[in-house]
Design a protein around this ligand. Structure first.
Ligand code: NAI
Ligand code: MG
Length: 493
C-alpha cells in the first residue's frame, strides 16, 4: 500500500445520529502512522454545520425518543455490552491504536483492556445513583433527584485515544447524558471503530456521536454551541484556558484535565532498584506522552550523583523500535508537530542543564518521529525544562537538600496533577503526601491509575475529577424537591 497516495487509504466518516456522514464541506484530514510517517487514513473534517447537526442529534436524543425513558439498569446493560464488545476486539483495537499513536503494542493492549474495564465499572455504577432525603422541618419533605446534565461535548487528546474516550463516554452514558465526542485529529481511528458497536449494544441513535475535526474549528464550535450543556476536556493548559473563556458565554459546566510537570521525589532510604525503575517508568512510559509524567525528578543530594548514574545505565537498555514489535519499550512520538516541539525542548535543555543521556534523534531510524529517552541533570527548578510541559521522554533531574526543600521545589510549579514520593520512612512519606499540592500522590510507585479512584488536578492542571463516583458526579445535576405537608395557607398577606 503506497499510503502517501490519498486514493489508496480508507476515508472515514463522522458518526451522527446513528449514521455515517461526510462533512458538509466534503473536507477530510490525513491520519498518519508516526513510525513510518505515512498517511494511513483520511477522516471527515467537521466544521460549524456538522457541529450543528451533531448537537441537534444529541439534543433530540436527550429531550425525546427512547433514551430519556431508559432505566439506569438498562444504561448499565448497554455499558456492559460495550465493555464486552471492546474486550472481544482487543487485538484489533490495539493494533489500530498502536499504528495510529506509535505506542508499543503491549501498552496499546493494556489501554484497550483499561477502556473495557472503565465501561464495565460505570455499567455497575449506573443504577447506584441515589438522592438524599434532606432534614428540613417536620412540616415538609425535601429530597434530591440526581438528573443527567444534558448534552456533553467531550474533547480528548491523542496520548490514550480509546482510554480517554472511555473515561468521557462511560460516566456520561451511565448518568443518562448524550454525547458528542471529538477525538484528537492525530488519533481518531479507535473511536471511529467503536461507533460500529453502538447499535448492537443498544445505544439509540444520537446518544453518542463521534465528530472528527480540528480543534480550532470543530472543537471550538462545539464549546461555543448553545445546544451543549457541558464540556469535558483533556489536553493542553493553553486550550483549557480558551475553553473556559468560550464556555463562559453560555455558562456551560466545564471539567478540565490539563497535564502537568509532576515531581517524583526520591529520598536516600528508598528501595534502590525500585526507585531507579520508578524514576524511569514515571517519565518514559508511553514515550513520556503522559499527563501525569514524573518529568521533574527530585533527588536528595547524598544519593544524587549515584542516582543519575543508575538511571542513565538503565536507560541504555530501553528498546526503541517499531510499535508493533512486542519487545519495543518506546515508539515514536505521535506526530511531526509534536516531534518538533519536543526536539525544541531538547535544544533548550542543552543550554539550561547537563545531558546524562540522549538529547536527540536516535541514529538507527531513517523515518519515524523517534526521540531518544533523555535525562537532563543539574536542572534548576526555574529552568524552562522544569517549568513547561514537554510531553515527551525527557527527564529533568533536580537535586534537593532535605524534606522541606523537596516539598518547596515540588510545589513550585503552576501545575498540580500528580506527584510521587519514595522512602521507607512512613512518617516522612505521609508528611510529604500532606504537603504536596496535587490531585494524586503515589507513595513508592508512579503512574498506576485505577477506574475506582479519582483522577484530576489542583492548580492549573484543571478542575473536576474523572473516574470512580467522582467522574459520574460531573455528569449529574442535583434537583431539590420540596413538598409542603402543612395544608394551612402561608398567611403572609
Ligand atoms: P491540544 O490541547 O491542542 O489538543 C487536545 C484536544 O483539544 C484535541 O482534540 C484538539 O483537537 C482539541 N482542541 C485544540 N484546540 C481547541 C480549541 N481551540 N477548542 C476546542 N478544542 C480544541 O493539545 P496538542 O496541541 O495536541 O498538544 C500540545 C501540548 O498539550 C502537548 O505537548 C502537551 O504538553 C499537552 N497535552 C496534554 C494532554 C493531557 O493529557 N493533559 C494531552 C495532550 C496534549
Ligand atoms: Mg494544540
Amino acid at each position: 500500500m503506497s499510503s502517501s497516495s490519498k486514493a489508496s487509504v480508507q476515508t472515514y466518516k463522522n458518526f451522527i445520529n446513528g449514521q455515517w456522514v461526510t462533512a458538509a464541506s466534503g473536507a477530510t484530514f490525513p491520519v498518519y502512522d508516526p513510525s513510518t510517517e505515512e498517511v494511513i487514513a483520511q477522516v471527515a473534517s467537521a466544521s460549524a454545520p456538522d457541529v450543528d447537526q451533531a448537537v441537534a442529534a444529541a439534543r433530540a436524543a436527550f429531550d425525546s425518543g427512547p433514551w430519556p425513558a431508559t432505566t439506569a439498569q438498562d444504561r448499565g446493560k448497554v455499558l456492559y455490552k460495550l465493555a464486552e464488545k471492546i474486550r472481544a476486539n482487543t487485538a484489533h483495537l490495539a493494533d489500530i491504536e498502536c499504528r495510529n499513536t506509535g505506542k508499543p503494542i503491549v501498552e496499546a493492549e493494556y489501554d484497550i483492556a483499561d477502556a473495557a474495564t472503565c465501561f464495565e465499572y460505570y455499567a455497575g455504577l449506573a443504577n447506584k445513583v441515589m438522592g438524599h432525603v434532606n432534614p428540613v422541618p417536620a412540616n415538609a419533605l425535601s429530597f434530591t433527584l440526581r438528573e443527567p446534565m444534558g448534552v456533553a461535548a467531550q474533547i480528548i487528546p491523542w496520548n490514550y485515544p480509546l482510554l480517554m474516550a472511555a473515561w468521557k463516554l462511560a460516566p456520561a452514558i451511565a448518568a443518562g447524558c448524550t454525547c458528542i465526542l471529538k477525538p484528537a485529529e492525530q488519533t481518531p481511528l479507535t473511536a471511529i471503530q467503536i461507533a460500529n458497536y453502538f447499535e448492537e449494544v443498544g445505544l439509540p441513535p444520537g446518544v453518542v456521536n463521534i465528530l472528527n475535526g480540528l480543534g480550532e474549528t470543530a472543537g471550538a464550535a462545539l464549546v461555543a454551541h448553545h445546544g451543549v450543556d457541558k464540556v469535558a476536556f483533556t489536553g493542553s493548559a493553553a486550550v483549557g484556558k480558551i475553553i473556559v473563556k468560550s464556555a463562559a458565554d453560555t455558562l456551560k459546566r466545564v471539567t478540565l484535565e490539563l497535564g502537568g510537570k509532576s515531581p517524583n521525589i526520591f529520598f536516600p532510604d528508598a528501595d534502590w532498584e525500585a526507585a531507579v525503575d520508578g524514576a524511569l517508568f514515571g517519565v518514559f512510559i508511553n514515550q513520556g506522552e503522559v499527563c501525569s509524567a514524573g518529568s521533574r525528578i527530585l533527588v536528595e543530594k547524598s544519593i544524587y550523583s549515584k542516582f543519575v548514574e543508575a538511571m542513565t545505565e538503565k536507560t541504555k537498555r530501553i528498546k526503541l523500535g517499531a510499535p508493533l514489535e512486542r519487545e519495543t519499550k518506546m515508539g515514536p512520538l505521535v506526530s511531526k508537530e509534536h516531534y518538533d516541539r519536543v526536539s525544541s525542548y531538547l535544544e533548550i535543555g542543552k543550554k539550561e542543564a547537563k545531558v546524562a543521556i540522549g538529547g536527540g534523534r536516535p541514529k538507527q531510524f531513517g523515518k519515524g518521529y523517534y526521540v531518544e529517552p533523555t535525562i537532563f541533570y543539574d536542572v534548576k527548578n526555574s529552568d524552562r525544562i522544569a517549568r513547561e510541559e514537554i510531553f515527551g521522554p525527557v527527564a529533568s533531574v533536580i537535586p534537593f537538600d532535605g524534606e522541606s526543600e523537596a516539598i518547596r521545589i515540588a510545589n513550585d510549579t503552576p501545575y498540580g496533577l500528580a506527584a510521587a514520593v519514595w522512602t521507607r520512612d512512613i512518617y516522612k512519606a505521609f508528611r510529604v503526601v500532606k504537603s504536596l499540592r496535587a490531585g494524586i500522590v503515589w507513595v513508592n510507585h508512579m503512574q498506576p491509575t485505577y477506574v475506582e479512584a479519582p483522577w484530576g488536578g489542583y492548580k492549573q492542571s484543571g478542575f473536576g475529577r474523572e473516574l470512580g463516583p467522582w467522574g459520574l458526579e460531573e455528569y449529574l445535576e442535583t434537583k431539590q424537591v420540596f413538598v409542603n405537608l402543612d395544608e394551612t395557607p402561608i398567611g403572609w398577606y
